[in-house]
Design a protein around this ligand. Structure first.
Ligand SMILES: Cc1cc2nc3c(=O)[nH]c(=O)nc-3n(C[C@H](O)[C@H](O)[C@H](O)COP(=O)(O)OP(=O)(O)OC[C@H]3O[C@@H](n4cnc5c(N)ncnc54)[C@H](O)[C@@H]3O)c2cc1C
Length: 301
């Protein structure tokens, strides 16, 4: 059996928000073959990587969960990089730097995996996953088969990819990097880390990165700050004083606390600017009646 399974797995210990109830069963496949086998046999499992872009319900998840963190092999061949979906992206930044390859510098500062980063087309400092992406293998959970997709077929956009539209689960991906002086790469990574130190909470203050996406030609942080949300609190959750688009879990916050706070932030920007912010963080798991209403409002067009 090339996977581990844990019953009633508490997800709180896995999420960067330190919020989340239990999953009925959590599976940890060790090989891509075992991952595909689980995807074939389990009924609509939820796939999670680094859990750094999710708000998991404090009431838990009423289905099986597959955590990809043990699918962490990667390999360089000349300037190409193959990585399984569970590889942590900051590690790829460092390994690419070692090989004097550029294109992954932006990933040094966030705790995601290749699966989550491709799903979100993660980006920072004007570099996107899509920039170096070459091709990937996905498992089609409807047809129960493996497909190969090229960059065009991935339909990358701002914080979006085809993985958000189709029943595709990323297995592994290939990237094409560019040879560059190691010192130059190291300098860019240092600059990126220094930028984050000032403008983002580190994980000692549990958070899930930016809460809302940037609207076209504007910044969610700017709008939220002008709307006056900084320092607002709900239960154990608070808007970070350093940047208005981050919520931190100050003291045992629940998913309900975060959902209420997000909703207040959303309404304050809507009332002041008639702009409807779109959540970047994904809610996963059982929604209470209140949470369903709060998230429905935030998805109204
Ligand atoms: C401190 C901090 C800073 C951050 N900074 C940035 C930043 O600068 N730029 C940025 O873009 N993001 C940032 N993020 C958000 C987050 O780290 C990225 O979006 C990351 O790529 C998510 O990866 P993950 O593995 O944690 O995904 P998860 O949170 O585990 O999952 C996110 C979504 O991806 C799906 N998913 C995960 N793996 C797979 C797979 N194999 N196949 C299909 N779907 C999958 C999940 O179902 C879920 O819907 C930050 C987060 C934190 C906490």
């Amino acid at each position: 059996m090339d996977y581990e399974v844990i019953e009633n797995y508490e997800l709180k210990k896995h999420t960067t928000f330190k919020i989340g109830g239990c999953a009925k069963r959590a599976y940890f496949p060790y090989t891509i073959e075992a991952f595909c086998e689980l995807l074939k046999t389990l009924n609509n499992p939820i796939i999670l990587g680094g859990c750094s872009n999710v708000l998991i319900s404090s009431d838990g998840i009423d289905s099986d969960v597959i955590l990809t963190t043990k699918l962490n092999n990667f390999e360089f061949e000349n300037n190409r990089l193959y990585a399984q979906c569970g590889v942590k992206v900051p590690m790829l930044s460092k390994e690419a730097e070692e090989k004097s390859l550029s294109g992954m510098e932006f990933m040094i500062g966030f705790p995601g995996t290749v699966g989550g980063a491709v799903y979100m087309n993660a980006s920072a400092h004007s570099q996107y996953v899509a920039d170096t992406f070459l091709e990937c293998r996905v498992f089609d959970t409807e047809k129960k088969e493996i497909l190969k997709l090229n960059k065009e077929e991935m339909k990358f956009g701002y914080r979006s990819s085809v993985l958000q539209e189709k029943p595709y689960i990323l297995l592994d991906a290939k990237f094409e990097l560019r040879p560059e002086e190691k010192e130059q790469i190291a300098a860019v990574m240092q600059r990126n880390l220094a930028f984050r130190k000032d403008r983002q909470p580190n994980l000692a203050l549990p958070n899930a990165g930016s809460i809302f996406k940037n609207p076209p030609n504007d910044s969610a942080g700017r709008l939220l700050e002008k709307a006056g949300v900084k320092g607002m609190k709900q239960g154990g959750a608070a808007v970070w004083l350093g940047h208005a688009n981050f919520i931190i879990n100050e003291e045992n916050a629940s998913s309900k606390d975060v959902s209420y706070l997000m909703n207040k932030m959303y309404n304050m920007v809507k009332d002041k600017y008639t702009i409807r912010l779109v959540p970047e963080v994904k809610f996963i798991g059982i929604k209470s009646k209140e949470e369903a209403e709060l998230w429905n409002t935030m998805s109204e067009k």
